[in-house]
Design a protein around this ligand. Structure first.
Ligand SMILES: N[C@@H](CCC(=O)N[C@@H](CS)C(=O)NCC(=O)O)C(=O)O
Length: 209
């Protein structure tokens, strides 16, 4: 297949950046038309809803499978299209390590977004502190888990990309820092962050609720 693929992207979305970094790592950047879209559950984007009933980015418009979402599915699609299964190992323990790490990275972003609702995005009178505290504890537990258990060396996987783009986003949004709590992870992140795929895709912009 040689046609272009359209990616509904957002320059401050960790999920969208995971997709773009994956495309970069797979050498597929020239296959993508990247179109920026602002999204928020309080600020409807009709063009995004037309492709994804959840109204979220990223979305990838493909010729044969229609509009694909979410980022997990899109990364799988790109990895298969590239043909080598390099970001998502096809078999064995390596496959499940990569997928588990991706799941953890998704959870970091989900929890981070939830914290931001309770600390910044929701009107002040509606913020609920116990929820912010509960979501923050997920971030901290995840940092401890990563520091103690994550296998971060070896070939680049979708799990590593997800983690790096999640950690970068948590820093970008000044959410609880991982550096002191997880110095081994921070060390890995600093090295990963130097990859051309990361350097080419910095976060910018504010959420428009
Ligand atoms: N699980 C989804 C999450 C996507 C997501 O939450 N995207 C945010 C941008 S960071 C969004 O579009 N939010 C709009 C909304 O929640 O309505 C994925 O991995 O792609």
């Amino acid at each position: 297949m040689t046609g272009k693929l359209t990616l509904f992207y957002q320059s401050h979305s960790p999920y969208a950046r995971k997709v773009l970094v994956s495309a970069h790592e797979l050498g597929m950047l020239d296959r993508l038309d990247v179109v920026h879209h602002e999204t928020s559950p309080t600020n409807r984007n009709d063009a995004v809803f037309a492709q994804n009933p959840l109204g979220k980015v990223p979305v990838l418009l493909t010729p044969e499978a229609g509009a694909l979402f979410d980022s997990v599915v899109i990364c799988d699609y790109l990895d298969r299209l590239a043909g080598e299964g390099s970001l998502i190992p096809r078999e064995g323990t390596a496959r499940y390590q990569a997928l588990r790490l991706q799941a953890l990275a998704q959870g970091l972003c989900d929890a981070g977004i939830a914290v931001r609702w309770e600390t910044e995005r929701r009107p002040e009178a509606l913020r609920y502190r116990p929820l912010a505290a509960g979501q923050t504890s997920k971030l901290l537990e995840a940092y401890d888990y990563l520091e103690a258990q994550a296998e971060l060396d070896g070939p680049v996987t979708v799990g590593q990309i997800g983690l790096a783009t999640a950690l970068a986003w948590l820093s970008f949004r000044r959410l609880p820092d991982f550096r002191e709590r997880a110095p081994r992870v921070a060390n890995w992140y600093d090295r990963f962050n130097q990859r051309p795929s990361m350097r080419a895709t910095p976060y910018e912009g504010e959420t428009q609720d």
